[in-house]
Write a protein that binds this ligand. Sequence first.
Ligand SMILES: [Zn+2]
Length: 287
Amino acid sequence: MTLARSRWIAKKVSRAALVAATKHLPRSRAVARVLTYHRFGRITRDPFCVTAEDFEAHVALLAREGRAVSLEDVHAFAKGQRHLPADACLVTMDDGYLSMLEVALPILARHRVPSVAFVTASFVDAARIEGQPEPFLTKAQLRAMHEGGMTIGAHAFTHRSLGRLSMDETVDEVTRAKKTLEDAIGAPVTSFAYPFGTHGDFSDATDRALEDAGYDIAFHSQHGPVVPGMITRGATLRSLPRIKIESGEPLAQLDAISRGAMDAWSVVDRNLWRLQRVRQDVVPSAT
Ligand SMILES: [Zn+2]
């Protein structure tokens, strides 16, 4: 999804301004942030395609500072059962594009940084889908990622908004995704990331469908940190927030975001979701 030059500049300026305005505000460092990436490579003005150089710089920084944690760590942390380093981060990536394997995996392995790949099951073995910027993973490649140390999670079966489906369709989406991915990697798949993940793409009903299907933990895309013990205070392990990482931003800004400089964005996600919905309708395959 390449943006027009004027829109790209406006977006980058507004994100940089928000980070600059808020990065010195006091905030708790005893939280974990789940970072969302999508694709890796060089596509100009595509916010979801991060260069290998930028990704490696960020991963190396997390590793060097001892802030990289695993899905299991975040799971235990959210339940209030484990302490994590200040400003801990879990690297996740959505959709199931080939660059997860070809670009991201070697970098993550080199720095021994844990990660989760949330894969849309019907895209596996679909090769190149018209309108998509790069091919999707094959079953063999997905298995290679699993064997290379990535945790494989589900990103639904067809990448539709579960919030817009009937309950029968939702159950079908989450159970078929789980079975397809488990068959591909020969191991349990117990984590999930909602397609789109904005307001209206998940609900208490989808939470129950995920629980019934056997998912232990799930993430939407609304902005925010995972707070220790939040599960004991009414949230569920199947509605955890994440932090979207975009391309074209300097390491200092990525670092500030991973430490909470854009946590204020959660106000936008909670209150301006109608604008996000319009965008999602226009670009159905994005995020
Ligand atoms: Zn997605």
